[in-house]
Design a protein. Structure first.
Length: 536
């Protein structure tokens, strides 16, 4: 089946086409191409599903503008949305679809003065966009009259269900004439949504735009095995590692969002929290700061993050893995947009393993295991950055205000000590390894591993007592660091110049990987720090 390729072909009026041109919409998105003709004609109910950011607002908003022709005293369409932010966004977006004709469109939500809302409702509104709670409030006060409503739209229906609005919605529907036309839009289509559709829509048309690919190729998806207690350190490491870090950190609960934000703020990071308890004003201020990059980290719950439309995020961090694979897809869909590459990082503890497998399977995502940058690597990149910054400043030209002092200083001290002291003054302890905590991965317990593999190997390590490497160090690393337990002590030996461990192959790989990482520089110098040879 082919769908109209232009807005003209969809059958929109000249006025609306002009508005779209002004907005810079050149062609309809798939969900728009498929639902708009359906809504402009006839009277079937419609359930529309398409990913976030695919233009669902216009898919129902444009037909509403076209089909509501009279200016009446009471609302002719009611759109329900899960949050204030979304209600405002939808009202604003639909308002921009009209040029000459001025249907009155207003967002009605909690937290805003109810008296002012009552005044607006009295003056007359054609399209109401509201959060269920506040609409219900008005119904109880009899300050809103829905008896003239011809269209009911449930926007972000999945989210409204998640937030427990079902009963509110049902009560609202009781106040709307039975002949109303009902539209339901959602990014995901769990059974509960179809159930709601069946209950309230009789016969309906389902328009579902399946995204070809659930996740974008521009997003690199990795996970780090992190113990719950190390998550904060790991988060700081990720942020420190990328000077350009600009991302959203997702947590599953409000309390967790607050805790992480506070911890980040107390460590000097520019982070803000977004969740349902943040006031509307506050929220708008935060979003503005985030867009302006005055704040480069937003810690958020899923619902609160819905309204954020920022295209150039470098990172999405799953501080906690979501329970629902679709939520995972939504989260990571916020990076890798507009042709820019992004990274989605999930912190996965041992307890999360199954959840991760489930997400990978359902979301058809390839999430690769990766290593959190070590303290060494972090300091390495920081060094490079400092050198870049300083040389860049040198390139910027002579700093007359400082050149006299520079000469005085050079007369007093040798250049190396001088530059080093100045670096110390500007970068303080940034390069001091003692400032950072090494994080060991939270690996699957070796019992499980032992069941999976049988082959034992001998891992030779070219490090010995001469290198200050001791049996104690090695066994500590194996048992505490890598959680490989129960190796007989004869299988772990440290000599003067070398050491070995006899263990299962995957364990050997992990030890080797760790050794490479920890003693990276040595590897390069000695060519072969570790090698593995199979034991028969
Ligand atoms: P959804 O509700 O599906 O998440 P929105 O309706 O919020 O998506 O639209 C996402 C963004 O895309 C908005 O900024 C909107 O103005 C823009 N948009 C929608 N349709 C088009 C189009 N046909 N062409 C260009 N931009 C569009
Ligand atoms: Mg939407």
């Amino acid at each position: 089946m082919s769908f109209p390729k232009t807005f003209e072909e969809l059958g929109l009026s000249a006025d609306t086409l002009a508005a779209l041109q002004q907005k810079g919409f050149t062609e309809p998105s798939p969900i728009q191409a498929q639902t708009i003709p359906l809504l402009l004609a006839g009277d079937t109910d419609v359930v529309g599903q398409a990913q976030t950011g695919t233009g669902k607002t216009a898919a129902f908003g444009l037909p509403l503008i076209e089909r509501i022709t009279t200016i009446a005293d009471t609302p002719q369409a009611i759109i329900l949305a899960p949050t204030r932010e979304l209600a405002i966004q939808v009202a604003e977006e639909i308002n921009t679809f009209q040029t000459k004709r001025k249907l009155r469109i207003t967002a009605i939500y909690g937290g805003q003065s109810i008296v002012e809302q009552i005044r607006q409702l009295r003056r007359g509104i054609d399209i109401v966009v509201g959060t269920p709670g506040r609409i219900l409030d008005h119904l109880e006060r009899k300050t809103i009259n829905l008896s003239n409503v011809k269209f009911v739209v449930l926007d972000e229906a999945d989210e409204m269900l998640n937030m427990g609005f079902v009963e509110d919605i049902e009560t609202i529907l009781e106040h709307v004439p039975d002949e109303r036309r009902m539209l339901l839009f959602s990014a995901t289509m769990p059974d509960r949504i179809l159930q709601l559709a069946r209950n309230y829509m009789g016969t309906y048309k389902l328009v579902s735009v399946k995204s070809k690919q659930l996740t974008t190729e521009l997003t690199r998806q990795v996970y780090y095995e992190i113990k719950p207690n190390d998550k904060l350190t790991a988060l700081c490491r990720v942020i420190d590692f990328d000077v350009e870090f600009y991302g959203i950190v997702f947590c599953n609960t409000k309390a967790n969002v607050d805790e992480v934000t506070e911890q980040l703020a107390s460590r000097g990071y520019a982070a803000e929290a977004l969740h349902g308890d943040i006031s509307q004003n506050q929220r708008e201020r935060i979003l503005q700061k985030f867009k302006a990059k005055q704040v480069n980290i937003v810690v958020a719950t899923d619902v609160a993050a819905r309204g954020i439309d920022v295209n150039n995020l470098t990172h999405v961090i799953n501080y906690s893995l979501p329970h629902d694979p679709e939520v995972y897809v939504h989260r990571i869909g916020r990076t890798g947009r507009a042709g820019r590459e992004g990274t989605a990082i999930s912190f996965v503890s041992r307890a999360d393993r199954r959840k991760l497998d489930f997400i990978e399977k359902v979301a058809k995502a390839k999430i690769q295991r990766a290593q959190l940058p070590s303290v060494k690597e972090l300091i390495g990149t920081k060094k490079t950055r400092i050198i870049d910054e300083v040389l860049n400043e040198v390139k910027n030209g002579v700093h007359f205000t400082y050149s006299n002092i520079a000469e005085e200083l050079l007369a007093e001290s040798d250049p190396v000590s001088l530059v080093a002291s100045i670096l110390k003054l500007s970068y303080q302890n940034e390069l001091d390894p003692n400032n950072y905590i090494e994080v060991e991965p939270d690996l699957v317990s070796s019992k499980d591993d032992r069941k999976k593999t049988k082959k034992k190997v001998k891992l030779n390590i070219e490090l010995g007592r001469k290198d200050d490497f001791t049996f104690k160090k090695l066994i500590h690393l194996i048992e505490n660091g890598l959680r490989i337990k129960g190796l007989p002590s004869r299988d772990v030996q440290v000599f003067d110049r070398s050491s070995f461990v006899i263990c299962f192959e995957d364990e050997a790989n992990r030890i080797a990987e760790y050794m490479e990482r920890q003693y990276g520089k040595v590897t390069r110098q000695r060519k072969q720090l570790v090698y593995i040879s199979a034991v028969k």
